[in-house]
Design a protein. Structure first.
Length: 60
């Protein structure tokens, strides 16, 4: 309804409230809490835990 494209919908960006409502956050909020789940390659932080193995093996 707001014509917004999130482009990074992942479990790390979802907040679930007691009434089962889900809100999407940005990765800046999530990355502080889940910093250990990211791996830096070529100055880009990647969500290593959620990436396909072939994506990881093709990184140079």
């Amino acid at each position: 309804s707001r014509h917004i494209i999130h482009r990074d919908i992942a479990a790390r960006n979802c907040l679930i409230f007691p009434n089962y409502k889900i809100k999407l956050t940005n990765s800046a909020v999530a990355s502080e809490q889940f910093q250990l789940h990211y791996y830096k390659i070529n100055h880009i932080q990647l969500p290593i835990r959620w990436m396909a193995p072939e994506c990881i093996s093709n990184v140079s």
